[in-house]
Design a protein around this ligand. Structure first.
Ligand code: EPZ
Length: 420
């Protein structure tokens, strides 16, 4: 397993290119299952989860490949089983359920296990698809879905705005008979990107980006080419990298319009974030950083995927701030690792009180999940001395060429091989 070795204390200065969005690319590439002919995707990030998705599509009978940021998916006789060995490495594999049911009338997908940040059940996905005529059996750890007569439109009301649930139902509804209403739908920008892709393929969708979506089923979805949107979480992570190192970064292709909640909080904490013709400029203001409270919410609220990274910024700021995690039940795994680096953080239930103003010191730490790993890299960049972030395969899932991008703007970071 690889680690990152980081010598902290360098202010980062320069230009960073924001890559395509992992959380848009995964459902949008998975949606090719529901498309009749070839699809070409551009601006696709080179990430472990993208390779996993491509492996899954090939196992399902599609011919998929990634080359220089372009994913091509060719038609092929579809099979309906997504195997455990693959699904266990990427929960988002469950997003093949909706399109497979829509295309084949049957799907057998390994029940995705939980992960470090929570149990992450898929009950909302299944109950919605049942309303559309599917039935499910749990067989030896697999969800076996059947809808022999095909899916039919239904009025779906989610108990809460589940991102994956909205995506699965949206893809299924495109080929269902009749109209599907998705009430209390997720509003994340990645949902809008998925809807725009499906519309490009001939789907009839309205209301994407709002809590009420309407889908009218069509006979088939035709191939097209599509450019994946930029990654707002990667971008937010780099904005914070400028903050915790006291540097100045220019982000190119930064989707500022999708990042209001994050940018508002960063500005309230004392960062100066300016849109310029070349991109978005980020640095710490004259008054320095100060702690602010933050609580994670579904979009357009503050994204849970930025919670760990924001906590590191609070460690480097004056005062104290309360960080509340409302989306996942166990998303403070980074706290103990930050405490080992000298942070003053106390967790009570779903809240963490951060007392800033203390210099972080380098230490060996371990990534437990994707965003916790990213947060530990940020902490290493800010800390005095050397930090070794272990198990960075978590980070490789969601950050394209992270060490290269950071080194190019002055970070002293390198990937080292660890004995397994
Ligand atoms: C997506 O996960 C993202 N993953 C996550 O990003 C992100 O944190 C999350 O949305 C919230 O924004 C991808 O897009 C691939 P949810 P998803 O369904 O779809 C519970 C990252 O770091 N829930 O909105 O799984 C669930 O347990 C990853 O890039 C149910 O109880 O999120 C969680 O507590 C991490 N039943 C909450 O809802 C269900 O049927 C949010 O889940 C579905 C979800």
């Amino acid at each position: 397993m690889d680690s990152f070795l980081i010598e902290g204390g360098e202010p980062l200065k320069g230009v960073i290119e924001v890559s395509g969005s992992k959380n848009a690319a995964l459902p949008i590439i998975m949606a090719s299952i529901a498309v009749d002919d070839e699809v070409v995707y551009t601006n696709v990030p080179d990430l472990r989860d993208i390779h996993t998705t491509i492996n899954l599509l090939n196992i399902l009978g599609r011919e998929a490949e990634l080359r220089d940021g372009v994913v091509t998916v060719k038609n092929g006789a579809l099979s309906m089983e997504a195997p455990y060995d693959l699904v266990k490495t990427m929960r988002a594999s469950v997003l093949c359920l909706g399109p497979l049911l829509a295309r084949l009338g049957e799907a057998k997908v390994s029940l995705p296990g939980g992960c470090a940040i929570g149990a992450r059940p898929v009950d909302q996905h299944l109950s919605a698809l049942e309303k559309m005529g599917a039935s499910f059996d749990l067989e030896n750890g697999y969800i076996h879905g059947r809808c022999p007569g095909g899916l039919k439109g239904a009025h779906i009301r989610f108990d809460f705005p589940t991102v994956g649930g909205t995506e699965n139902v949206l893809m299924a509804a495109c080929l269902a008979r009749g109209e599907t209403v998705l009430e209390n739908a997720a509003r994340e920008p990645e949902i809008v990107d998925l809807a725009n892709f499906l519309i490009r393929c001939g789907a009839r969708i309205e209301g994407q980006g709002t809590t009420m979506m309407h889908v009218w089923g069509v006979e088939r979805l035709r191939g097209c080419s599509y450019r994946i949107m930029p990654d707002r979480i990667e971008a937010g992570t780099f904005l914070i990298a400028a903050g915790v190192t006291g540097g100045e970064l220019l982000l190119r292709h930064c989707p500022l319009g999708d990042m209001s909640a994050v940018v508002d909080k960063l500005r309230a904490a004392g960062m100066v974030i300016t849109e310029v013709p070349e991109g978005v400029l980020a640095r710490v203001g004259e008054e320095g950083l100060k702690c602010v409270d933050v609580c994670t919410r579904p979009h357009p609220g503050f994204p849970t995927d930025m919670q760990a990274q924001f906590m590191v910024l609070m460690c480097c700021a004056q005062g104290s701030g309360l960080v509340e995690e409302n989306i996942f039940e166990n998303r403070f795994m980074h706290v103990q690792e930050l405490v080992r680096m000298g942070a003053d953080i106390h967790v009570t239930g779903s809240s963490a009180m951060v007392r800033g103003g203390r210099k972080l010191t380098g230490a060996p730490v371990m990534a437990s999940d994707l965003r916790a790993g990213a947060a530990l890299v940020l902490a290493g960049l800010a800390a005095e001395g050397e930090t070794r972030v272990q198990r960075i395969y978590h980070v490789d899932r969601g950050y394209e060429h992270l060490a290269d991008k950071l080194s190019a703007v002055g970070a002293r970071i390198r990937r080292v091989k660890e004995a397994d």
